[in-house]
Design a protein around this ligand. Sequence first.
Ligand SMILES: [Zn+2]
Length: 115
Amino acid sequence: MPELIIKNGKFYRNGIEEGPEIGSVEQINCLKETNRKNEEAKKSIGVDTDYECTTTGTAEFRCVCGEKVYYEVEFEGTPDDDDCFVGKAKTCRVCGRRYEFEFDADYKLIAKMTK
Ligand SMILES: [Zn+2]
């Protein structure tokens, strides 16, 4: 059976809308999974990047605890975007939360909480 998804608050399967069914385990699970993904997205924090010179890139963002987290990466050559940060991780020195840099859907660098 094709997967059930939620779009604009409605259930769809194969592009066809399905009315809500009271007690439907599949719909409840679908709703839970959608909420979980939304919660996860809220943990992604915008990042400001800067390139001091041609070999060092810096990124900073504010941890959810309020601490400013600063990250510096060395790279070879000249980056034309924030690629050099992607996949790198940084732990907040105050609260110990761990973040990983990645691009969001708009190709904007974000720090995603992993712990
Ligand atoms: Zn923190």
